[in-house]
Design a protein around this ligand. Structure first.
Ligand SMILES: CC(C)(COP(=O)(O)OP(=O)(O)OC[C@H]1O[C@@H](n2cnc3c(N)ncnc32)[C@H](O)[C@@H]1OP(=O)(O)O)[C@@H](O)C(=O)NCCC(=O)NCCS
Length: 198
């Protein structure tokens, strides 16, 4: 078999996405930290600007998993974690916004980009939150995040506002955008059949 033939028959990478409900294995935690570091080095766009110390990063992700109000979702390529996103659910005291969730920190490591993973992750998050009985998903991001803006707008998110001083990057203000998407009508929410993962 020639190397050309081998190249032609190479297996396609297998993408997958999941809601993390158990502690991460050491291997998964390392992959998640690697992916985060690579994405921060490539320009961030999901909060971090400077590369944090590896210990801090590990503790950060472990902390996310211990917070009941945060739901962690990851994307994998050939079983290696290559991206993540968090969903923040409202506190019990926020009855008025009990149907709203906040999407935060969605990223895919540069080596895994351009293969539909963020769209797959976003779609999975929306379906999971719909099943859990939420009606609205909000997201905000820097106006310089062109790829993410394309992603959200093509996924049906509506821009509701712009903040001229949304963030500070390298000593300068950067504008931001606020988006929302209606996941379902309130009357369609079946409170009796909502599953909880905890
Ligand atoms: C935005 C980001 C998550 C996209 O991840 P990805 O897995 O490469 O995206 P996908 O392959 O799933 O593409 C989904 C859509 O995103 C948009 N998109 C992705 N890369 C793009 C690019 N380089 N330029 C413009 N649009 C792009 C397109 O709308 C694309 O849909 P299409 O392929 O039908 O045109 C990734 O570039 C990233 O991690 N960026 C830095 C972090 C960030 O900006 N996060 C958002 C903060 S919430």
């Amino acid at each position: 078999m020639t190397s050309e033939h081998l190249q032609q028959t190479a297996l396609k990478p297998v993408p997958s996405v999941e809601h993390v409900t158990q502690p991460l294995s050491i291997g998964d935690l390392n992959d998640l930290c690697d992916a985060t570091e690579e994405a921060i080095n490539a320009g961030g766009g999901f909060g971090w600007i400077h590369l944090p110390n590896r210990n801090l990063l590990e503790r950060f992700w472990q902390g996310v998993l211990t917070m009941p109000a945060r739901k962690l979702f990851v994307a994998r390529l050939d079983n290696t974690i290559c991206g993540a996103a968090q969903v923040i659910i409202p506190s019990k005291s926020n009855e008025a916004q009990s149907y709203n969730v906040q999407l935060s920190g969605l990223f895919i490591s540069p080596w895994a980009r351009g293969q539909g993973l963020s769209r797959r992750l976003l779609d999975f998050i929306e379906k999971t939150m719909t099943k859990k009985g939420f009606a609205i998903i909000n997201v905000d991001l820097r106006e310089t995040q062109d790829a993410a803006i394309q992603l959200y707008e093509s996924a049906g998110y509506t821009m509701i506002g712009r903040h001229p001083n949304y963030a500070v990057v390298n000593g300068d203000f950067v504008a931001g955008r606020y988006y929302y998407k209606k996941l379902q009508e309130l009357e369609n929410i079946d409170l009796i059949n909502i599953e909880d993962d905890e």
